[in-house]
Design a protein around this ligand. Structure first.
Ligand code: ZN
Length: 162
C-alpha cells in the first residue's frame, strides 16, 4: 500500500488549517427549532384567528425555489393535505458575497461551509399546492469568523500550483 497516496487530500475541498477534515465547518451550530411557533400558528388558523391568506403566502420566487432546491419530506401539508411539503434552505452571511440570500441544495451548502465564514441557514417548508410556508429551523455552519477568505486563497494557490 502506498501510504502517501492514501493520505492525499481530495482536490477542490479546501480544509481549514485547524480543521483538516472540515468536520467542524459542517457541524450545525446555534440550531433553533420553530416547531412550537408552527403549532401555534396552525392552532390560530384552525380557530380562525389567522386567515389562509395570511399564512399561505409563498411568493413565486419561493415556490420556484421549492421546485429547484426543495427536499421532499414525508410530511403532508398541514393546511391542504394535498401534497407533501418540500424544505428549502436559504443561506445568509456577509462572507458569502452574492450567494447570500439564495436558496441552495445540501451539497452546495456543504461546499460553501468548507470555504466561508460561518453563515446562517434558514430551512423553510413549502407547499406548492396551497402556498403554505413556514420557517421551521435555522442553524449555522461554516469556518470560524475571519478565516473564509484565507481558506479560499489557499485553495486557489493549491489549484494553480497543481
Ligand atoms: Zn398545502
Amino acid at each position: 500500500m502506498d501510504q502517501a497516496d492514501s493520505r492525499s487530500l481530495p482536490s477542490g475541498r479546501p480544509p481549514g488549517p485547524q480543521d483538516p477534515t472540515g468536520r467542524d465547518a459542517l457541524r450545525r451550530r446555534r440550531v433553533v427549532d420553530f416547531a412550537l411557533r408552527r403549532r401555534d400558528v396552525l392552532a390560530q388558523l384552525r380557530e380562525g384567528r389567522l386567515s389562509l391568506r395570511e399564512v399561505c403566502d409563498a411568493d413565486v420566487y419561493l415556490l420556484r425555489a421549492a421546485g429547484f432546491h426543495g427536499v421532499p419530506t414525508e410530511t403532508a401539508c398541514p393546511v391542504c393535505r394535498k401534497e407533501n411539503l418540500a424544505e428549502v434552505s436559504w443561506i445568509f452571511g456577509d462572507d458569502l458575497g452574492s450567494a447570500s440570500g439564495s436558496a441552495r441544495g445540501a451539497d452546495e451548502i456543504q461546499q460553501l461551509a468548507l470555504a466561508h465564514d460561518a453563515f446562517t441557514v434558514h430551512v423553510v417548508e413549502v407547499c406548492r399546492s396551497c402556498s403554505w410556508n413556514f420557517l421551521v429551523e435555522s442553524y449555522e455552519v461554516g469556518l470560524p469568523e475571519g478565516t473564509g477568505r484565507r481558506t479560499r486563497r489557499a485553495a486557489r494557490a493549491l489549484r494553480h500550483r497543481g
